[in-house]
Write a protein that binds this ligand. Sequence first.
Ligand SMILES: CC(=O)SCCNC(=O)CCNC(=O)[C@H](O)C(C)(C)COP(=O)(O)OP(=O)(O)OC[C@H]1O[C@@H](n2cnc3c(N)ncnc32)[C@H](O)[C@@H]1OP(=O)(O)O
Ligand SMILES: CC(C)C(=O)C(=O)O
Length: 568
Amino acid sequence: MNHIATPAATSATSAAKHEKYVPFAPVKLTDRQWPNRTIEKAPVWCSVDLRDGNQALIEPMGPDRKRAMFDALLKMGFKEIEIGFPAASQTDFDFCREIIEGGKIPDGVTIQVLTQAREELIRRTFEGIKGAKRAIVHLYNSTSELQRRVVFGLDRQGIVDIAVAGTKLIKQLAAEHPETEIVLQYSPESFTGTELEFALEICEAVMETWGADAANKVILNLPATVEMSTPNIHADQIEWFCRNMKNRDAAIISLHPHNDRGTGVAAAELGMLAGADRVEGTLFGNGERTGNVDVITLALNLLTQGVDPELRIDDINEIVRVAEYCTQLPVHPRHPYAGELVFTAFSGSHQDAINKGLKALAKSNHGTWEVPYLPIDPQDLGRSYEAVIRINSQSGKGGIAYVLEKDYGIQIPRRLQIEFSKTVQRIADETGKELAPADIHNAFKAEYLDIDAPLALIEHSTEPRGPNSGARVLNVVVSRDGVVSTLKGSGKGPIDAFLDALRQGAGIDLHVVDYREHAVGEGEDAQACAYVEVKTNDERTLFGVGMDADIVTASLRALVSAANRASR
Ligand SMILES: CC(=O)SCCNC(=O)CCNC(=O)[C@H](O)C(C)(C)COP(=O)(O)OP(=O)(O)OC[C@H]1O[C@@H](n2cnc3c(N)ncnc32)[C@H](O)[C@@H]1OP(=O)(O)O
Ligand SMILES: CC(C)C(=O)C(=O)O
C-alpha cells in the first residue's frame, strides 16, 4: 500500500505551473470514525517554543529570552516543555544545566530534549539532562520516501536501523542514570510524507526495542513536519495509524502539526478526533516556515466549545508581550484571540448586534456567553470591552451609541442615534480616520450640548401656582443674539411653560414629540440628561439635549438646544 504520490518530472518551460505538483493520495479508510466524534477533553500539551520555535528564529533566544519563555510557559500550566536541542548548541546545553542545577523545574513538569539518532549527540544530550528528576528524550529521524532517497540514500531497513540504534543507546544510557526517569519519545520525522505502513513499522520497531507497555509508554510523535494535505487526510493518517497499531495501549500518540497550508489548527483538531492524545505546538504558532500549530488558538477553541483547555490564558496581552520579546516577531493584529483588533468591530451592523447582544446578556441570568460576532468573552482573556466597538466611516448608529453610553454614560434615544450618526459619518468621511471616543463626545457636545447661540439660557424661576390654577408660570432670562430679556410663559409643567414663553416672547414655535431623561453618574456628581424631540413649524423633526445637575434646567437647556438647532 502506498499513500504517497511521487511528483512527476517537471518541465520548467512549457507546463503550466500547477502541473509540476502532485495531489496527495487519499488514505484507504472507508469506515473512518473521526468525523462523528467531538473533542471532549484537552490533549496533553507540550510546548516546543524553546526548540522548534527557537530553531526557526532569525536570532535564536539567548539565556534571558529562554528563561522568560520558560517562566511564561510554566505560568500557563504547561506540564511538558521541550527546552531545546542540547547537543546542537552551547546555549541550549547551558539552558538545560541552568534550570536543572538551579532547581527551576517544578514538580509535575517534565522537560523534553530533542536529539538526532546519532551516538555523539545522544551522549551529549544525556550530559545535558543529568540530574533532572524526569525527562523526555525525543529521538527523531526522517522516514519519508523523499528524505530516504535524497538525504539519507538509504532503503527502509537502513532508516529503521538508525531509529533502533538510537533507541538502544537511549535505553542503555537511561539504565546508567537511574536517578532520572527517562521517557522515550520517537518521531518518524516527515511522517506526512511517509508511507503509513512504513511509519507504523518503524514506530513498532522502536517500541519493541524500548520494551514499551501500558506502564512504560513510548510517546509516538507523528509530525506533519511539512503540512502536505487537507486536514481530513491528516486525520485519516492518524486514525489509520492508531487502528493498525499492535499495541495501542503502549503508546501516547502525539501530534506535531506545522502550518504550511494554513490549516495547522484544523489538522490538529481533526487529529485529536482521530485518536491523538497529545499535541506539540508553540505560542501563536512561531516555528519553521509558516510555523508550528498555535497552541493558544487550539486551547481557546476548546474553551469556546465548553471544554476546559487546561492551560491558563488569563492575560493574553501579557502572553503576547512575552512571545514578542522572546521571538522578536510581532503577533498579527488579526491573530485569533490575541491580535490587537480581534475584539474590535468597526462595521455598523456588527456594532449594532454586539451592542444589543451585550445588553441582552446583561439582562439574562443563564450564564451562557452569547453575543453576536464575539465568540469569546474578551474578559476571559484579560481583555476589556473598551475596544470592542471603534468608530470610523464604516460604523453605524449602534456603535456610536455604545461608545457614548460606555464611556460617558449618555444613553441617546434611538431616533437621536439616527440623527447624530449623520454628524459622525460626515466627520469620519471628511477625516478618513478612526474617531476616538473623545472625538465622538466632542462632536456630541458641539452638536447638542454646547450650542448656546443665538439663544442662551441664563436663569429661570417658577412662580407659585394660584389656588385654583393647575398652570405653572415660568420666568426665563435668556440672551438672544447677545440681547438679554425675560420671557414668561405658562403651562402644565416647566417644558410646556417654556414652549409657551418661547412662542410668545421670542416667536419660536416648537412642538415636543418626545421627551426622555436619565441620570448620568451617581451621588452628588450626578447630572440629569434630557432629550427633547421637537417638530418645527416647517415640519422638521430634530433633537435638543441638555445636561445639568438640576432636572428642570436640563430640560430647558434641551429646548434651547433644539431651538438653536432649528434656527440653523
Ligand atoms: C524537523 C525538525 O525540526 S528536526 C530538528 C532540526 N533542528 C536542527 O537541526 C537544529 C539543530 N541542529 C544542529 O545544530 C545541527 O544540525 C547538529 C548539531 C544537530 C548536527 O550538525 P552537523 O552534524 O554538523 O550537520 P548536519 O545537521 O548537517 O548533519 C547532517 C547529517 O546528519 C544525518 N542526520 C540528520 N538527521 C539525522 C537524524 N535524525 N538521525 C541520524 N542522522 C541524522 C544526515 O544524514 C547527515 O549525514 P551525513 O553527514 O552523513 O550526510
Ligand atoms: C523533530 C520533529 C518532531 C519536528 O520538529 C518536525 O517534524 O517538525
